[in-house]
Design a protein around this ligand. Structure first.
Ligand SMILES: Nc1ncnc2c1ncn2[C@@H]1O[C@H](COP(=O)(O)OP(=O)(O)O)[C@@H](O)[C@H]1O
Ligand SMILES: [Mg+2]
Length: 233
């Protein structure tokens, strides 16, 4: 269970997150939607422990404070971030990368798991180097499925993907869901959400959650865009 209370984040004098409150139960998937520049990626970065930001507020994961511990320790405690723009790791193969956090893994098992993500041919290629958008996102989800985090932050996992790739990414998320992992899925388009079982939707505008609700909000965003929320702020 993730609990976020009055979370603020700033860079220099500029406040980007202006008091976020959020509670995500075990196994739940919450969608965070909002216009460009509203602070969605910042929320993910701050939960993961990016040190560029100055923070206030409280964040606990399964009852333990995570806001005061560094990024590495947060990863150890089970926070996983998939990036909007996954970074390439030239010189590090996907197999080596997986071994770096899982230790030695049975070869047959690794190949079988990678096949589920259609990535068996990528095990001996460098992580995220010369991969298409969809392949990079599948690779992130493959890593997620192996790490089994308590909290997965998926930042625009649908960005730059065509409709078939969006469906396949959504299917992989669905197949991977269980009681042990809570998800924050950031998107500004409703499309991927139609393939997912969304427990709650939050609309972020200008560093604040301006509305939370069930998946009816997805329809509301689709028909009225984000300006309907911006006017109120
Ligand atoms: N490292 C940074 N330095 C300066 N400004 C930043 C930084 N990160 C984010 N911002 C600013 O914070 C705001 C929110 O950005 P971001 O969280 O990336 O929005 P979103 O993901 O919702 O599009 C933007 O105005 C952006 O320019
Ligand atoms: Mg973003």
């Amino acid at each position: 269970m993730l609990k976020v209370k009055n979370l603020k984040a700033s860079i220099g004098e500029v406040e980007i997150l202006k008091g976020i409150d959020l509670e995500i139960g075990d196994g739940e998937l919450h969608a965070v939607m909002g216009p460009n520049g509203s602070g969605k990626s910042t929320l993910c970065h701050v939960l993961m422990g990016n040190t560029d930001y100055k923070n206030e507020g409280a964040v606990t994961l399964n009852g333990e404070d995570v806001l005061s511990i560094p990024q590495f320790d947060r990863a150890q405690k089970g926070i996983f971030q998939s990036f909007q723009y996954p970074v390439g790791l030239p010189g590090v193969t996907l197999r080596e990368f997986i071994q770096s956090f899982l230790g030695d893994i049975d070869e047959a098992e690794l190949i079988e798991l990678s096949k589920r993500f259609n990535l068996d041919e990528f095990l001996d290629r460098d992580v995220n180097v010369d991969l298409s958008g969809g392949e990079k996102k599948r690779s992130e989800l493959f890593q997620l499925s192996l790490m089994k985090p308590s909290l997965a932050l998926l930042d625009e996992i649908d960005s730059g993907l065509d409709i078939d790739a969006i469906k396949s990414v959504a299917t992989l998320i669905n197949e991977n869901r269980d009681e042990n992992t809570s998800y924050i899925l950031v998107t500004h388009y409703s499309r991927i959400l139609k393939y997912l079982d969304v427990d709650k939707v939050h609309i972020v505008v200008n560093g604040k959650i301006v509305k939370s609700g069930s998946n009816e909000l997805i329809e509301e965003v689709d028909s009225g865009g984000y300006t309907q929320y911006q006017e109120e702020n």
